[in-house]
Design a protein around this ligand. Sequence first.
Ligand code: TIU
Length: 232
Amino acid sequence: MREIAGAQPFPFRFDPATTALIVIDMQRDFIEEGGFGAALGNDVRPLRAIVPTVARLLAVARGAGLPVIHTRECHRPDLSDCPPAKRERGTPALRIGDPGPMGLVLIAGEPGAEIVPQLAPAAGEIVLDKPGKGAFHATDLSGHLARLGTRSLIFAGVTTEVCVQTTMREANDRGFACLLAEDATESYFPAFKEATLEMIRAQGAIVGWTATVDRIAAALAPAEADAEAEHG
Ligand code: TIU
């Protein structure tokens, strides 16, 4: 067992052998100009700023042998998995499925739906397309986690209070111990990010824990030392 002593609201204990990293929706559509996030009226720059920190967390997780799951919020080209209530909501500059500068907005296979190149999935990592905000809805995430033997999940990605928090709550209800990497997640609304971190860890970690990437890396580092010792 490992421990992140500096996690909030109290130390997070986990076994690297049953822990996976899940990186939520680090797609061009949320992070770059001309995508879905910008079409909703948001400034995408704060999201772009966390890319190096997410890359570091990915490197740490890969180095420690943790399975990595990447998600992408996107829909089929025929929109059969996009409820009209989602597509028709509000008055965005571009709706899901509309042609934009990065192809059809939030559609699988289009450039905008791809994960940013700095965080590209490595060979063998799971890439899960999801039509909802939560990654368990209408996907086989539960099956993947059962096959991996996962019991604890480390979360990163965007946006903190929408797809990340929704998925964390889904995972928490399914019995996973969930920890959110504080500096590897971001919102278009700074106050919403802070409120989300607080509500996750309030009431004795009612949804889960939070910790910085530095602290997560420090807790996982001995795994590398163990591996070196094993291989002589
Ligand atoms: N991935 C994700 O969070 N989808 C969103 O639509 N987020 C917003 O904050 N809009």
